[in-house]
Design a protein around this ligand. Structure first.
Ligand code: PMP
Length: 396
């Protein structure tokens, strides 16, 4: 080839999950692998209605270029949702872009980033892409291990701590209120930026809602000793195909992100932002959210009941109160990546092996199950086939 790639391309690798998803898309395979919302719950009528309305009313503006800072009506909706001013908000092309902009604005090669172990693969890839050093902090049922977190902060090299406090991807774990307060306190004490990623927070189907780290830390109100950035997304609560999320942060930080975003894509799509602004105020969003919660909650219950029925005493698993994922830990010695082809061929079921969710020293005996995009009626039969295979691998 008559050219050479930039050095940074060495840290850009194919996503293991995307590769797995390609294999599992055969029609006879039941996939617990992806992380997709249930398409039957997409609010199609509301999309149609809002599309018609904004085109009839405002086609010259909604089909035009628009400011990088975002579509004002959408910012007003987000501002009211959080009780903040619009200058603390940047609509982005999916919260994935928000993460990328945050990393690009803060990280120099070699900077240390603290991540959860296991953690969201898409974030690990971004941080690695900016040649950051990743330090992992394990999770217990209440969130990140505070002793490990403090030890990492104490070394004084950490620039930011990336966390998903609600129904974490991949484990489904939710950070307790006490742990949230302690994490904020540590970040304040050691001057580490908290990046709070919360695409699933509104999809709670059990337990009590917890305040975000962002709001506990005082939201937009300037705190000279603490920098906290919050990411939200319409992907899981409305539709992922619009590619619209948002970043909340101190106004001065948001204005720096605007400059970066300008060079990346000029602005988030005008049409989808205007469409969302119209939809969110024009349809019964609370009812829509309630049906998402009900459906995902009952799918999660079915999957948990199947795990209990077929793997009790053999494996351990998390019990999520929302979101889309359950994390299963099999006995040491089992490699879920090697088992996957067998699960697909014999049990006709797919899952994501745990290894890609670790930045280093992967635990090979874990796997992630998705419950949001599987018809309720297929869960028990699919889980029965999968668990039989896992049981056999565990017990011989
Ligand atoms: N953060 C987390 C934790 C996710 O699971 C995802 C999507 N799977 C994203 C960010 C990206 O979401 P989007 O870009 O669609 O808003």
């Amino acid at each position: 080839m008559p050219f050479s790639y930039a050095e940074r391309m060495q840290s850009v690798k194919a996503s293991a999950i995307r590769e797995i998803l390609k294999v599992t898309q055969a029609p006879d395979i039941l996939s617990f692998a992806g992380g997709l919302p249930e398409p039957a719950l997409f609010p199609v009528d509301a999309v149609k209605e809002a599309t018609q309305k904004i085109l009839d009313r405002d086609s010259h503006r909604v089909l035009q270029y628009s400011p990088t800072e975002g579509w004002p009506a959408l910012k007003t909706y987000i501002a009211e949702h959080y009780g903040v001013t619009p200058d603390c908000i940047l609509p982005v092309s999916g919260s994935q872009q928000g993460l990328d902009l945050i990393a690009r604005s803060l990280l120099d090669p070699g900077d240390e980033v603290i991540v959860e172990r296991p953690g969201y693969l898409g974030a690990l890839q971004i941080f690695q892409g900016y040649q950051a050093q990743l330090t992992e902090v394990t999770l217990d049922d209440d969130g990140p291990d505070l002793t490990a977190l403090e030890a990492a902060f104490q070394r004084g090299r950490a620039k930011l701590f990336y966390t998903i406090p609600n129904f974490q991807n991949p484990t489904g774990i939710t950070m307790s209120l006490a742990r949230r307060r302690q994490v904020i306190e540590l970040a304040r004490r050691y001057g580490v930026v908290i990046v709070e990623d919360d695409p699933y927070g509104q999809i709670r189907f059990a337990g009590e809602s917890q305040p975000s780290l962002w709001s506990l830390a005082g939201g937009c109100a300037a705190d000279p000793d603490l920098a906290i950035v919050h990411l939200g997304s319409f992907s899981k609560i409305v539709v992922p195909g619009f590619r619209v999320g948002w970043v909340l942060g101190p106004a001065s930080f948001i204005s720096r992100l605007v400059l970066l975003k300008q060079t990346t894509d000029l602005h988030t799509g005008t049409f989808v932002q205007a469409l969302l602004a119209e939809m969110m105020t024009g349809f019964d969003f609370p009812a829509h959210l309630a049906s998402l919660r009900k459906t995902y909650g009952s799918r999660a219950s079915s999957m948990l009941a199947s795990l209990h029925r077929h793997l009790d005493g053999v494996a351990q698993w998390t019990k999520p109160q929302g979101g889309m994922f359950i994390w299963v830990r099999l006995p040491a010695g089992i490699d879920t990546a090697t088992l996957l082809p067998l699960a697909v061929a014999e049990a006709k079921v797919a899952y994501v092996p745990g290894a890609p969710f670790y930045a280093s020293n992967p635990e090979l005996n874990c796997l992630r199950l998705n419950f949001s995009n599987v018809p309720e009626a297929s869960i028990e039969a699919g889980m029965e086939r999968l668990c039989r295979l896992l049981r056999k691998a565990a017990l011989g």
